[in-house]
Write a new protein. Structure first.
Length: 299
């Protein structure tokens, strides 16, 4: 049972919560140095590699005036002394830690620690399950571009099955009124992903002229044993390159949660495309994470 509010996935937020987070994001981008959480303590626990999420959370915490503790798995008693994650949560809470930011390869792991921790837990990615703050910054980037998402069509292309970002982004886009199109082969996109407001397509070329935004995904090779189709087959059917860019609407934007793989889901022509928004996504990541921490802890 959670004692204080946490962010495990976007289901933990109402549409009003999301709008409040975005309002504070805009404020923090105008004035990035803000000590609204001065004296509070945040522990970052990353059991998987991370560049963007780990760094942006650290910057966000420091800008908010927090004391920051970075705990790697090898430094924790979990690695060989028999301590459970619930024991770790109780210990950190007793030390006065206010928030835990956790990434873990096991789906559901952040929810477990949230059930035992007398503080706030933010899921920074758990297996192929969820990555709510990445979804928030992607949606914020789209709102900055279009103002509103109602009536807009957003495609998520690639390995949806193994993408925690996609799972969270689908929820958020649907909640804010966007039409969501999932595009990919059956092995990476089962047909049962189709739902109210979410449709599944196999043909990227047929969909391209109808799209307002495209979110590309990398193939999550670390989450399965062998490629179910060849790289050449995937590139031919789903890579965004110069030919497909030329068929996009003039106003269409292209995004990627990173890290992107040149030569697979995109080629170098995308990086020079006027609608490429990757740098904006990364830039918004710090303020989004400041806003999430501020909303959870300060209300």
């Amino acid at each position: 049972m959670r004692i204080r509010r946490s962010l495990i996935d976007l289901d933990d937020l109402s549409a009003e919560d999301i709008r409040e987070i975005f309002a504070r994001t805009a404020a923090f981008e105008r004035e990035p140095e803000n000590a609204s959480l001065a004296g509070r303590v945040c522990a970052n626990m990353f059991f998987e590699q991370s560049t963007r999420t780990f760094t942006s959370f650290n910057i966000a915490e420091q800008r908010l005036g927090m004391h920051v503790v970075n705990l790697s798995p090898k430094e924790m008693s979990l690695s060989g002394k028999g301590e459970t994650i619930e024991d770790t949560a109780i210990t950190l809470g007793a030390m006065g830690v206010d928030a835990i930011v956790m990434r873990h390869p096991e789906a559901g792991f952040p929810a477990r620690i949230a059930g035992a921790f007398d503080g706030h837990v933010i899921n920074a990615g758990d297996g192929a399950n969820a990555h709510p703050t990445q979804a928030l910054l992607d949606i914020y980037t789209l709102l900055e571009e279009f103002g509103e998402l109602g009536g807009r069509t957003v495609a998520i292309v690639g390995d949806v099955l193994h993408s925690r970002v996609a799972h969270s982004t689908i929820r958020g886009l649907h909640r804010l009124g966007a039409s969501v199109v999932l595009i990919g082969p059956e092995c990476f996109l089962p047909g049962d992903y189709a739902d109210d407001g979410v449709r599944v397509e196999r043909d990227l070329d047929a969909a391209i002229p109808t799209l307002d935004a495209i979110i590309l995904l990398r193939i999550q090779r670390e989450r399965f044993a062998a490629m179910p189709l060849s790289d050449e087959e995937y590139v031919a059917a789903y890579q965004l390159g110069e030919r497909r860019l030329g068929r996009l609407r003039e106003s269409t934007v292209v995004m990627h949660p990173g890290p992107y793989n040149r030569g697979m889901e995109l080629d170098d022509s995308v990086l020079a495309f006027a609608g490429w928004r990757y740098a904006k996504q990364v830039r918004h990541g710090v303020a989004i994470r400041m806003a999430v921490l501020d909303v959870l802890i300060n209300g």
